[in-house]
Design a protein around this ligand. Structure first.
Ligand SMILES: CC(C)(COP(=O)(O)OP(=O)(O)OC[C@H]1O[C@@H](n2cnc3c(N)ncnc32)[C@H](O)[C@@H]1OP(=O)(O)O)[C@@H](O)C(=O)NCCC(=O)NCCS
Length: 220
């Protein structure tokens, strides 16, 4: 399987919000990814496929047609404003996004803010691919440490981080505002050191062998 790993862009926001909502349904308000796009400290990536086109979920049959109800909608219909004219370019096809991840770089420390994979594509190595890419991005940005918080109950994600050398370094009591759950603080210190780098190289090779996955890193 071939994945493109690239920086998140405006066109990805619908899918990123969709994935976020599925992965973190109790998080309210949800992160404002539009704002993150304009935040100089934030760096988000997506794992996507440009050969599969994203199709937004169909609205339920009895849902009112978007834009056709209300005064504005009726006016649009009346004046045909919403119909693309013959010489108007059709909307650009959107790459299918499987998952995304983000970090903030603060004083040489990369704080991973999020990592999520669409539920139906989990357990196929995509989370790992995103984490590898996040660590590589952190290194490119000059980070010496990579850190994150994870819910105490989220043992799946903790296993992923532990596999990549994150060590539990603390507990933030009641860190999550929705249910006052504790946040486990996990960190890879000295991420540029030779032993950490050697371990990452090995894990990356093992991941590539196991999943026969090719990742094209696309830089803008
Ligand atoms: C955490 C998450 C990103 C992992 O993505 P994924 O694509 O399923 O992960 P991978 O297939 O790459 O798995 C990599 C490793 O993660 C761990 N892992 C992932 N899912 C697991 C599960 N259900 N049970 C146990 N370990 C799991 C394992 O260590 C696994 O390595 P292994 O295959 O050698 O056992 C995904 O489960 C997800 O999106 N969860 C919801 C969002 C979330 O909790 N994000 C983390 C916030 S801190």
């Amino acid at each position: 399987m071939v994945f493109n790993i690239r920086l998140m862009c405006q066109e990805d926001l619908t899918q990123v919000n969709e994935i976020d909502h599925e992965a973190f349904p109790t998080l309210w308000p949800p992160p404002n990814y539009q704002r993150e796009l304009n935040n100089g400290l934030a760096h988000y990536i997506v794992a996507c496929d440009d050969e599969i086109e994203y199709k937004p979920p169909e609205p339920p049959e009895d849902a009112p047609q978007k834009g056709s109800s209300g005064l504005l909608g009726r006016l649009r219909l009346l004046f045909n404003h919403h119909q693309p004219s013959n010489n108007e370019a059709p909307p650009k096809a959107q790459d299918y996004v499987y998952g995304f991840a983000g970090l903030w770089l603060l004083a040489g420390e990369a704080h991973i803010t999020n990592i999520a994979v669409r539920e139906k594509y989990r357990r196929r190595g995509i989370g790992e691919l995103l984490l590898i890419s996040m660590i590589e991005l952190a290194l490119e940005l000059g980070a010496h440490l990579v850190t994150l918080e994870v819910r105490a109950s989220n043992t799946d994600a903790q296993s992923l981080y532990a596999k990549y050398g994150f060590v539990r370094v603390g507990l933030r009591r009641g860190y999550y505002t929705d249910n006052r759950e504790d946040g486990v603080l996990m960190t890879i210190e000295n991420v540029t050191s030779a032993p950490v780098q050697a371990n990452l190289r090995q894990l990356k090779q093992a991941h590539a062998r196991r999943w026969r996955m090719t990742a094209h890193i696309i830089s803008h």
